[in-house]
Design a protein around this ligand. Structure first.
Ligand code: CDP
Ligand code: CDP
Length: 223
């Protein structure tokens, strides 16, 4: 439960959206901002990753939305938003650690093109009771257009690739190529909401980005 103080600081309808490309810092920033506000953070990408994991595990045709959706519907998929971090359960088993492999990275953007899969993810997200901080690609534009606090994080591809390097067992060239490929596939649905605050995080530390976001929320002071 969020504390009274946190709700007081957040004041309004209490959904904060953070969008941006891969490794722009969305999940790290969302987690820390949510922690400061005392509300859960929600990682929408984990639901796309879970759908992809299930489709790969079942050997489905990835280009076939009906097959992918059949797999999703055949399992209990539960996203547990939390102040500490998001966990993704499939049939009551915590599968979070299996959702950030090269295979899932390489396939998730294709699975995410299927409107049926997007509809499934979006309905799951809209079931979550506010307040929360949610991060993804289209949170401020499509899923929560009414949110009163929207942020859009950017950073040059080279900076993002270096950030991701430490999290994957691949070399810089492979990480950069995978990132650029995903940028290209995600381009169609990654858009900045007209009422979003854009932050170029390229030259900023994580703490500096968090301070900037907090400074733009009502009642919060940076630092
Ligand atoms: O953390 P990272 O930005 O690398 O990825 P993610 O947030 O876990 O999202 C994985 C993939 O899911 C993205 O590359 C998109 O293809 C897709 N996605 C999406 O289409 N819409 C969202 N709101 C979130 C993720
Ligand atoms: O969720 P998304 O893919 O947008 O990015 P992330 O997973 O939150 O961030 C990728 C990595 O970049 C993490 O290890 C962050 O700690 C790091 N990062 C950073 O070093 N400086 C920033 N300003 C933002 C993120």
């Amino acid at each position: 439960m969020p504390s009274e103080g946190a709700l007081g600081r957040l004041a309004v309808r209490s959904v904060v959206t953070i969008d941006g490309p891969a490794a722009s810092g969305k999940s790290s920033v969302a987690r820390l901002v949510a922690e400061r506000l005392g509300v859960p953070f929600v990682s929408s990408g984990l639901l796309y990753r879970a759908a992809t994991y299930l489709a790969l595990d079942a050997g489905c045709e990835i280009d076939e939305p009906v097959a992918v959706l059949g797999e999703i519907r055949g399992h209990r998929v539960a996203l547990e938003p939390d102040v500490e971090g998001n966990r993704l359960f499939i049939d009551d088993r915590d599968m979070t650690e299996r959702l950030h492999t090269h295979e899932v990275d390489a396939t998730v953007s294709t699975v995410a093109t299927h409107p049926e899969v997007r509809e499934w993810v979006n309905s799951r997200l809209r079931e979550i009771p506010p307040p929360f901080v949610v991060e993804g690609r289209d949170m401020g534009t499509v899923v929560f257009p009414e949110a009163e606090h929207k942020f859009y994080l950017t950073a040059p591809a080279a900076v993002r690739a270096r950030r991701r390097l430490g999290e994957r067992s691949q070399d810089l060239d492979a990480v950069t190529a995978a990132l650029l490929r995903r940028d290209q596939l995600d381009a169609g649905r990654l858009a900045m909401a007209i009422d979003a605050n854009s932050i170029d995080t390229g030259g900023l530390s994580l703490q500096e980005v968090v301070a900037e976001v907090l400074s733009m929320l009502p009642g919060e002071k940076s630092g």
